[in-house]
Ligand binder design. Structure first.
Ligand code: UT7
Length: 351
């Protein structure tokens, strides 16, 4: 049986960080609430004119450089985003074209915050079937375009005015999700390995569309036309998230999934070196650790600096851990995530 190794990684976040106090200029919120309820202190946003493929370019260049490879050495691209550059085509072919990867197959995955579970499962299948030898796995998001405020100059402090009462109320109505998201890109290079050992050991991955209404953007092709002025000015083109319900599902489904994947992989949770979790809310990850009885030190976090970058959280975190030496070959990793769809689950990986 063949497996794969992560041989390169990179990440990129755009521009300067936006603090919680910056957000408090455009909605009724405050630093203390955001830190206490989410663990987030700051996040980055893609500048106007930049989408996830743009953010993925420097992340991929860094990943290729760390692997000692060039764009021509990649023979498959898996691109995860829930904020694509266009409704179609996907962001994968845009990235591949930007990097001069010629006609390499580029597949977009639409599994939102659960993205990396699916990307690793698909990468494992492509590599072990021989369909690919080196795969670029990217998670990149530009949520800036769906944030619930219009006054970026007020947010940035370059305009001392206050938002109109309507804009203030709109942003405040959406403050539950408006404070958690941030933008960025992470890229990983997975290479087929003939050695027994490294690669995916077990998966426990689920989807259940009955929960779609709890976290979605309603606008889309079930409408004629698919987008109207009323939708753009109202709420249908914004994120709808029942945060409290999503939270409850995360803290119950994720520990169960980790237990299931450990049983399937024949390992005990204590043997896992790192639980690499989606960064949606630090309180979710603390609750998962507590339910599993694993020390929080085994579940690294960077949500304080980046917020929730949806499909990008896990590859950004893995890159940071590879670069600072925490994530090393031979370790046992349990990846876990839950997001819109719902898609959720966990995956055991030997690095
Ligand atoms: O990554 C994809 C998956 N997404 C998630 O996993 C997100 C899961 N959910 C969450 O992370 C949390 O539910 C949120 C961070 C979204 C919200 O935190 P919460 O602790 O569940 O707050 P809540 O929605 O239950 O609201 C509690 C109170 C409410 O006030 P009242 O009704 O008690 O007076 C809210 O209006 O906090 C208020 N509130 C805020 N106050 C200040 C909600 N958002 C804010 C805010 N600033 N940004």
């Amino acid at each position: 049986m063949s497996g794969f190794r992560i041989i390169g990684s990179g990440h990129y976040v755009p521009g300067r960080p936006y603090t919680n106090d910056d957000l408090a200029r455009v909605m009724d919120t405050n630093d203390e609430w955001i830190r206490r309820r989410t663990g987030i202190a700051q996040r980055h946003f893609a500048p106007a004119g930049q989408g996830p493929a743009d953010l993925a370019v420097p992340a991929t260049e860094r990943a290729l450089e760390s692997a000692g490879l060039g764009p021509g050495d990649i023979d498959y691209v898996l691109f995860s985003t829930m904020t694509p550059d266009h409704l179609f085509p996907g962001s994968g072919p845009l990235l591949a074209a930007r990097l001069g990867m010629r006609t390499v197959p580029a597949l977009d995955l639409r599994t939102q915050c659960g993205a990396m579970l699916f990307a690793f499962q698909v990468a494992d299948a492509l590599l072990s079937s021989g369909a690919a030898r080196r795969i670029l796995i990217v998670g990149a998001e530009a949520h800036a375009g769906i944030m619930p405020w219009r006054d970026w100059d007020i947010l940035e402090g370059t305009n001392p005015a206050r938002p109109s009462p309507e804009d203030w109320d709109r942003a405040t109505r959406h403050r539950g999700w408006g404070i958690i998201f941030g933008d960025g890109a992470g890229a990983l290079v997975a290479e087929r390995s003939e050695q027994a050992g490294p690669g995916v050991l077990a998966t426990d991955i689920h989807s259940d569309g009955r929960y779609a209404p709890l976290l979605c953007i309603q606008a889309g092709f079930h409408e004629r036309p698919y987008l109207t002025d009323a939708m753009v000015n109202g709420d249908a083109a914004l994120i709808h998230m029942d945060g409290r319900e999503v939270f409850k599902h995360a803290v119950t489904k994720l520990p169960k999934s980790v237990e299931a994947v450990c049983e399937r992989g024949g390992v005990r949770a204590e043997e896992v070196d790192w639980f690499i979790a989606h960064q949606a809310n630090q309180r979710i990850n603390e609750a998962v650790c507590q339910r599993l009885g694993v020390p929080l030190e085994k579940m690294p976090s960077n949500i304080d600096r980046y917020g929730n970058t949806s499909g990008a959280t896990i590859p950004i975190l893995m890159d940071e851990m590879r670069r600072d030496g925490r994530l090393r070959p031979g370790q046992l990793v349990c990846m876990l995530a839950l997001g819109a769809g719902f898609h959720w689950g966990s995956l055991l990986l030997r690095t």
